[in-house]
Write a protein that binds this ligand. Structure first.
Ligand code: PEP
Length: 244
């Protein structure tokens, strides 16, 4: 069984004063049996060095270096202490036109520098209503996840776009259907497919986390809004620690 993972994505939120939230979490969950990851804005990553939690970036460029103003390479993230990087979040796919091919190239850059890629995928509301969720997931999995993916370098985050930051959450049956589908595809394609972690993301809170973590093939969560405050994220981490 892979270790479960509670991952927090701070997005474009947080200043140095907010680093105390990370310290609080590290103290409270010092002996945790689950992995805890915080992905703060890039300028804060170096200040997180020394924390006992895992720290990650929210994106990286596919190239190692070069003329890419404003971008950050995977090597730069690793250099300041990151061990994970979120790739292909729906906000990056929408705001920055990231395609599956770009997501795969960025993931390979992450692997090359020893980072674990948290590769995000998920359907829009239109796609769900059209009944195409599983085929959308298939296309994203095939195009975004490199052939060299393995349990140590890849985490899949299933995040229905319509559930992110909206307070809307799929039913447990809907989550179960997609996670089982992702698992079957991973097992069919990768030798370590059974061990690759699959996170659920989209409006996870302390109140719904215990039920979500009871769904088969949910190995943790990728959490946005509720990861910003230690008290809120701690409730979710505790639910994951207590899940079977
Ligand atoms: C996310 O941004 O990955 C996310 C899941 O956000 P929220 O938890 O706020 O819905």
């Amino acid at each position: 069984m892979p270790r479960k993972l509670a991952a927090g994505n701070w997005k474009m939120n947080g200043l140095r004063a907010n680093l105390t939230e990370i310290e609080t979490l590290a103290e409270r969950h010092a002996d945790s049996q689950v992995d805890i990851l915080i992905c703060p804005p890039a300028p804060l990553i170096a200040s997180c060095q020394g924390t006992l939690l895992e720290i990650g970036g929210q994106d990286c460029h596919a190239a190692v270096s070069g003329a890419h103003t404003g971008d950050i390479s995977a090597q730069m993230l690793a250099d300041v202490g990151a061990t994970y990087v979120i790739i292909g979040h729906s906000e990056r796919r929408a705001d920055h036109g990231e395609t599956d091919a770009i997501v795969a190239a960025k993931s390979e850059a992450a692997y090359a520098t020893g980072l674990t890629a948290v590769i995000c995928l998920g359907e829009t509301l239109e796609e769900r209503e059209a009944g195409t969720t599983l085929s959308v997931i298939d296309t994203q999995l095939a195009g975004s996840v490199p052939d060299t993916a393995a349990a140590h370098n890849t985490v899949i985050a299933y995040e229905p776009v319509w559930a992110i930051g909206t307070g809307k959450v799929p039913t447990l049956d809907q989550i179960a259907e997609v996670h089982a589908h992702i698992r079957s595809r991973l097992v069919a394609r990768f030798s370590e497919g059974a061990k690759m972690r699959i996170l659920y993301g989209g409006s996870v809170k302390g109140s719904n986390a215990p039920d979500i973590f009871g769904v088969p093939h949910v190995d943790g969560a990728l959490v946005g809004g509720a990861s910003l405050k230690a008290d809120d994220f701690s409730e979710i981490i505790t639910a994951l620690e207590n899940s079977k």
